[in-house]
Design a binder for this molecule. Structure first.
Ligand code: TLP
Length: 345
């Protein structure tokens, strides 16, 4: 049993011993000059895994999304995206602040999808009064929708719709390997209809830093320019890319353990006083629930749990979020459930 039981996010994961060794031994060079063999190896591996031509190593998921939006869209162009999307809510509006890109938010359904008819209806006509629709951005798994998985068939249908209207599709695939593992499909299949994908190495896969953007070779050439203007050109970045290679080769399959732990946590707390949660909706490593308790606000619950060594976040309104990760064991989950029971009863 490890203390504290840190369920604030999967971003808290620390590098594994194998990652530390790979980092210490990494061959490096100046990656802005194209000299870092380890970064190149990671980019090629990521592209191969996701079935795309090329990859680009970036420092964060936020930069991955921003680089892609800046590459797809010019100033005044519009991106259709979910009103619960990470890149709409949690990225400081970077695409509009830095790129003049106009967001067109549509309601995310509880399963993380956008209604296809609503997408189609939101596409602008060729009219000088209006911005030009360029891009549809999806998120899979969907963070604010409780780690919901967008299935292959849905991704396909959005791809078909986009092609019919000559639009591009970007995927915030921060947790795309969680989605692939939950569905039991090859990740390639899940992203086949996406023109660009940004995925994170430093969440469930436990690398200390970094994300990778994958797409066509032409797109990645342009994205590399966008990364540079944002200050994301890194020099001897092989030191961190080495951990990313271990993340991709050794850490994907074990995500199933995080999913099982999340489901168990949900089942354990769902019946407790004040908790509103259907455990059947927990598909991956994120558990979002509401609290309607006579004594405790969500903030008060988070504080009481914190004091007893169980860490999670209140995320607004009545909602709280717990995220299982590499450092949380099945025994920790049983302990966390017992602490919840103690606080809520
Ligand atoms: N998400 C973080 C917080 O920012 C909320 C978390 O703890 O979940 N896309 C998605 C879907 C994400 O969940 C995140 C991070 C990002 C992008 C941004 O990644 P980073 O933090 O590497 O910039």
């Amino acid at each position: 049993m490890s203390y504290p039981i840190d369920l604030r996010s999967d971003t808290i994961t620390k590098p594994t011993p194998a990652m530390r060794r790979a980092m210490a031994e990494a061959e490096v060079g100046d990656d802005v000059l194209g000299d870092d063999p380890t970064v190149k190896r990671l980019e090629a591996l990521a592209a191969e895994r996701l079935g795309k031509e090329a990859g680009l190593f970036v420092p964060s998921g936020t930069m991955g999304n921003l680089v892609c939006l800046l590459t797809h869209c010019g100033r005044g162009d519009e991106v259709i995206l979910g009103d619960q999307a990470h890149c709409y809510i949690y990225e400081q509006g970077g695409a509009s602040a830095l790129g003049g890109i106009h967001p067109r938010p549509l309601p995310n359904r509880p399963d993380g999808t956008l209604d296809l008819e609503a997408i189609e209806a939101a596409i602008r006509p060729d009219d000088p009064h209006q911005p030009r629709t360029r891009l549809i951005a999806l998120e899979n798994t969907h963070n604010r929708c409780g780690g919901a998985v967008l299935p292959v068939a849905y991704m396909r249908r959005v791809g078909e719709l986009a092609r019919r209207h000559r639009l591009k599709v970007h995927l915030d695939g921060a947790r795309i390997f969680n989605a692939a593992v939950a569905l039991g499909v090859d990740v390639k299949e899940l992203v086949a209809d996406c023109d660009s994908v940004s995925f994170c190495l430093s969440k469930g896969l436990a690398a200390p830093v970094g994300s990778v953007v994958v797409s066509s070779a032409d797109f990645i050439r342009e994205a590399r320019r966008a990364r540079k203007v944002l200050g994301g050109g890194m020099r001897q970045a092989g030191v961190i890319a080495a951990a990313g290679i271990v993340a991709l080769t050794e850490m994907v399959d074990r995500l199933a353990e995080d999913h099982a732990n999340a489901r168990r946590l949900a089942e354990g707390i769902a019946e407790l006083p004040g908790i509103v949660l259907d455990p059947a909706t927990v598909q991956t490593n994120i558990v979002i629930f509401e609290l309607h308790h006579p004594r405790l606000s969500p903030q008060a619950l988070a504080k009481a749990l914190w004091e007893r060594g169980v860490w999670l976040f209140a995320i607004g309104g009545r909602r709280l979020r717990a995220v299982t990760n590499y450092h949380v064991t099945a025994a920790d989950i049983e302990r966390a459930v017992a602490v919840f029971a103690e606080v809520l009863r």
